[in-house]
Design a binder for this molecule. Structure first.
Ligand SMILES: N[C@@H](CCC(=O)N[C@@H](CS)C(=O)NCC(=O)O)C(=O)O
Length: 232
């Protein structure tokens, strides 16, 4: 039994849900997670997503996707070609560890911060919800500043995201998915970041940068079609 835990405002939760759907895995999904459950299931990082595989808690979206492939090898989330698989893993890691921080910098910039706080307040425990704004700013918003991208002037943030997206267009080239004909961990990782950055109206300038690149808009639609096709 596979139990996915974590809210869909998290790009990493969207990443693993999309991969699970693509693989037609049977699972349950719980959006809300209490602080106590987080401590119980993931005392190391306290982050979501968490997946319970027959009650065994596994965290980190990358490790989770590897477990999905172990649990059900087809369709595989990595190419059979070792060199292509290596590139897919590297792009997955870039998405998780770099693109994510671009998105975080957008989310916590003063231009968007009020929408980010409104979206995330529901996850602050009721007794302290009155203090959601300073709490979220301190616990989450400051992470973007500490990482560095969150200190950039907004125009530079937009330009840097644009350059990275242009690189993605080049990497994709004429192929339907990154380095391959089938979606992989790389596609699901980037899909998670795009899906959360482009929907919900929290980071309109992030969404605008993606929408200006038709190659990426078409790629995103193909990932969504692959998920739905595998679902039906
Ligand atoms: N590398 C982790 C990143 C997970 C992550 O950063 N999750 C965020 C939500 S988007 C989180 O739980 N943040 C809460 C915190 O940092 O305490 C993964 O791939 O699962």
């Amino acid at each position: 039994m596979i139990e996915i835990i974590g809210p869909t405002v998290s790009p990493f939760v969207v990443k693993i849900l999309a991969a699970a759907d693509y693989k037609r895995l049977a699972y349950t999904h719980t959006e809300q997670v209490s602080v106590r459950e987080l401590k119980k299931y993931n005392p190391d990082t306290g982050k979501v997503p968490i997946v319970l595989f027959d009650g065994e808690a596994v965290y980190d979206s990358t490790v989770i996707l590897r477990r999905f492939d172990q649990a059900q090898p087809t369709p595989a989330l990595l190419s059979e070609d070792a060199n292509i698989a290596a590139q897919q893993r590297m792009l997955e890691d870039w998405s998780d560890e770099s693109l994510y921080w671009h998105l975080m910098a957008f989310r916590w910039h003063p231009k968007n911060e009020h929408r980010t706080i409104a979206q995330n307040s529901q996850f602050v425990p009721a007794p302290v919800r009155l203090f959601a704004k300073p709490l979220l700013r301190r616990l989450v918003g400051n992470l973007a500043k500490a990482q560095g991208l969150g200190r950039l002037p907004y125009a530079m943030l937009i330009a840097e995201l644009g350059h990275r997206l242009d690189d993605l267009v080049l990497l994709l080239g004429k192929q339907p998915f990154f380095y391959a004909d089938r979606p992989s961990v790389a596609d699901f990782a980037i899909y998670g970041q795009f899906a959360t950055g482009c929907t919900g109206g929290v980071t309109p300038d992030f969404a605008e940068q993606v929408s200006q690149r038709t190659t990426l808009v078409d790629w995103r639609r193909r990932v969504e079609e692959a998920i739905v096709q595998e679902e039906s």
